[in-house]
Design a binder for this molecule. Sequence first.
Ligand code: ADP
Ligand code: MG
Length: 392
Amino acid sequence: MSANDNRAAAAVMLGVLGGGQLGRMFVHAAQAHGFRVVVLEPDVHSPAAAAADAHLASPYDDADALAELRSLCFAVTTEFENVPAQALGELSATGLVVSPPAAAVQVCQHRAREKQCFVAAGVPCAPHALISCASDLDQPGLAALLPGILKTATLGYDGKGQATVSTLVELAAAWAAMGQVECVLEQKLPLAFEISVVVARGRDGAVVHLPVQQNLHRQGVLAVTLVPAPDVPAATADLAVACATSLAQALDYVGVLCVEFFVLADGRLVANEMAPRPHNSGHYSLDACDQSQFDLQLRTLVGWPLSAPHQHSPAVMLNLMGDLWFSAGDASPRSPDWPAVLALPGVHLHLYGKAEARRGRKMGHLTVTGASLARARDTAARAAAALGIAAF
Ligand code: ADP
Ligand code: MG
């Protein structure tokens, strides 16, 4: 399909591997443009499948399900980083349009490969070493990385699969506690703050980006995103966009890619990790930009042209974690006070339709837009207070 293709979008089915909230918001964007969407997700109650036109409730690598996806779909994307890259590769080998490319997903799934990609693309990243067997604990130079953060090479997210270590003895103990799986030890850097940027690259190599986002994490999980990023000098923002663009080019990427960075106390920019999909820190784009990150995902998937997204409203995004459903010491959940929040100006509530609230689970997010970032921040602070979210 191309920009000149006159086929009705309504006839066209798109596929998504993964059933989480990112898939759900992609489904919404695709349906708003007249597409139908089928979700492949083993969980029978998933946010994306609940919104989709069809659901294949099978494992991501199930041969029959992949064959069905192939017969149903014009193109397939993913919303979940740990979907087997091989499944994407197999779909693509049959001639189906698959974005992001399997090879790029494979790089992003492995912290060591990801770091190699940063280095090869000339993008600065934290000093690090690979720990894949016991003898790697004796490699020269490890002490210089301490205090450091030991991270499992695969399957880590939201700060899971990480341990801070200050000595070589602690490092050995932490690696043992992680089951001696392949890990990366990273030097713990003096962060001033964290930022991220979402870029989209089309099949023709054109790249567009959303504005640079400033992120506040709590316990390793994104809590607050501010856009425009209040503390980021223009040169740093430009560098972040340039780095993300270089990475998308180096990966021959087609789709939406989010790169997370640290800004160090001395102002240096260091790439942390990348996600081969829309990202939690880009959710504000739904309400604050003329194209959301999910619109960009759709355009790259179906081969539509990319035009530069424009942010029309300053925005603050607050993640709504399952903890908000529980008052202190209370075991059974209750609904947060949405009326109190929705009475405030510029509030956009997004709930992902998850059946059960659990502490630490992402249940939704709130974007507060305003005439200025200061206004949006002020309203977001009032919303946070009404919901019991810590001040930021
Ligand atoms: P995840 O995949 O769980 O998001 P990250 O590597 O992004 O893992 O780490 C989660 C958070 O931990 C980061 O957002 C940052 O706040 C902190 N962090 C990670 N690596 C470092 C580091 N090398 N130095 C300082 N802080 C770090
Ligand atoms: Mg991260």
